[in-house]
Design a protein around this ligand. Structure first.
Ligand code: JFB
Length: 230
């Protein structure tokens, strides 16, 4: 059982995790997802979570005190704290695989310009903390990054995917397909709007099919991700 705790000022943003594959994994007791409102840890009448940045600059910064009170409640020695931020280390399939072996992951979702840096600094002296980015574009907060990461991590937990939809061949599944993107895929009907399924796939020659898939994967990788191609 992998436990996820998510702390956010927008708990409803995480609702999609109750659907489909993630909802089934929760029902089956393979993962749990607990979402907590950061404002429950404020002490003032207006439930303030932000303030202006020291040193000037645009926007607002999340105050450290509500984060400290929330994280003190959720973090144990076994916890890994993940803080999504555009300045974090890349979230990759390799990191998802490592995180899928954890017992307890707490996500701290910032908003505005982010969370006072002393929160990460403090918890790094107590528990494992990773500041992580899901890609080189700018979101408005950490919630969507957490949706992405929970789905990528949870589908690697044994039992979450059925035998139907196993992950051994995924693009980026370490070892599989030698870091190539997946090639084109087809199902019935054999002709659709004058487009035929490549004949090799209906030939029944499995050695030839494997060779063709590998060739297609290399072509697509060269085309879409020249940085991955040797
Ligand atoms: C994550 C966030 C913001 C700083 C902050 C909290 N790949 C990614 N892009 N953007 C985020 C991310 C991840 N992971 C991200 C958390 C927060 C963005 N913001 C907004 C905008 C600009 N600079 C606040």
């Amino acid at each position: 059982m992998l436990k996820f705790d998510v702390i956010t000022v927008f708990p409803d943003y995480l609702k999609p995790l109750e659907l489909s594959l993630m909802g089934k994994a929760i029902e089956d007791g393979l993962i749990s997802v607990n979402v907590k409102d950061l404002r429950d840890y404020t002490t003032d009448k207006h439930q303030t979570v932000d303030d202006s940045p020291y040193g000037g600059g645009p926007g607002m910064v999340m105050k450290p005190e509500p984060w400290g009170d929330a994280l003190d409640e959720f973090a144990t020695a076994e916890t890994i704290l993940i803080i999504p931020t555009p300045s974090g280390k890349p979230f990759t399939q390799a990191l998802a695989t490592e995180l899928s072996k954890e017992k307890h992951i707490v996500f701290a979702c910032g908003r505005y310009e982010g969370i006072d840096s002393r929160v990460a600094e403090h918890y790094k002296t107590k528990i494992r903390v990773e500041e992580v980015s899901i890609g080189d574009y700018v979101l408005a907060g950490g919630e969507v990054a957490v949706l992405v990461m929970v789905e990528a991590i949870a589908r690697l937990v044994p039992g979450v995917l059925g035998n139907q939809e196993s992950f051994a061949d995924d693009s980026f599944a370490v070892g599989a397909m030698e870091n190539l993107l997946e090639g084109p895929i087809y199902t019935r009907p054999p002709v659709w709007r004058d487009l035929e399924v490549p004949q090799v796939l209906t030939s029944g020659d499995h050695a030839k099919i494997s060779a063709w898939k590998h060739e297609q994967a290399k072509l697509r990788t060269a085309q879409n991700r020249p940085d991955l191609a040797e």
